[in-house]
Unconditional design. Structure first.
Length: 287
């Protein structure tokens, strides 16, 4: 719309001030300065989160195997009779510490550069700090290396779950079947763990004690000598030093003995036995 109005310019010295709706001024008059808004505070840096598994991680081909040579025990997952592997753990026998190689090259990873590796299996999730391996002459790249102790729960997880997903920060995620892993993992832990201190030799069951021979569901065997008061138990099995456990009888005819990480529990005639903290084996008295 148009608004017309007569204005005498003489009294105003030839100047007209027009006020607009937004408060701005026109015709030679400077509008008052607007207050300066303070700058928004900078957001703090967010901590780096561990990698998450891909929704459909690649499936690594292979099988689990155990080998030993030159004083080193090796747990390996890969295609048999080939160099196509995804996981390799190695320890000097009796040292309780393993070096684990995730055999997947990571773009931009330099030798000794930090890298994180996360394992997902069942309810188990754990992130391990690692470093880049020496650059491979064959592939021209570096893969993650991590250190894992023999009593880390990762090993029990690898022995009992059905599948594990491995996620590399800055790299790929892939899955490995755990079918057939229990035996190789158990052999690997037995070789890596220090030999337990053997109890004094026992020529036979202590007076009043009870010696029971067991056959286990996995095909192995062992014998247990229970003291007369059921406060101690001696466990002997092939290719392992005998070990003494302490404990006793519980309610409902159950029994529990331990010498961490070894643990023996009994209910009725059967027992469940774990020497290194691995999933226990169920064993039954010989006929």
């Amino acid at each position: 719309r148009t608004i017309a109005r007569q204005v005498d310019l003489c009294p105003a010295n030839g100047s007209v001030l027009v006020m607009l709706g937004g408060g701005s001024e026109v015709a030679g008059q400077q509008a008052p300065a607007q207050p300066v808004q303070p700058a928004a505070p900078a957001m703090p840096a967010q901590p780096q989160l561990p990698p998450e598994p891909a929704s459909s991680p690649a499936i690594a081909e292979g099988a689990w195997s155990y080998s030993i040579g030159d004083g080193n025990a090796i747990l390996y997952f890969g295609v048999p009779q080939s160099d196509d592997g995804s996981f390799s753990a190695e320890c000097a026998t009796g040292t309780s510490r393993a070096s684990v190689d995730i055999l997947r090259m990571v773009d931009g990873l330099a030798e000794n550069a930090p890298v994180q590796v996360t394992f997902f299996a069942g309810a188990f999730t754990r992130t391990y700090p690692g470093k880049g391996s020496p650059v491979s002459q064959m592939d021209g790249g570096s893969h993650p290396m991590i250190a894992v102790t023999a009593n880390d729960p990762l090993w029990a997880t690898l022995a009992k779950e059905a599948q594990v997903v491995v996620a590399i920060a800055g790299g790929d995620s892939f899955s490995m079947t755990l079918k057939g892993s229990a035996g190789p993992v158990r052999q690997f832990l037995a070789a890596c763990a220090p030999a337990p201190v053997a109890p004094p030799p026992v020529a036979g069951p202590p007076p009043g004690g009870r010696l029971v021979s067991y056959r286990c569901a996995d095909g192995g065997s062992l014998s247990v000598t229970f003291a007369a008061n059921f406060h101690t138990a001696f466990v002997a099995e092939a290719d392992a030093a005998p070990i003494q456990l302490t404990g006793g009888m519980g309610g409902n005819g159950s029994a529990q003995f331990s010498n961490p990480p070894a643990r023996l529990t009994g209910s009725g005639e059967s027992i469940r036995w774990s020497r290194f903290g691995e999933p226990p084996r169920t064993c039954y008295p010989r006929g």
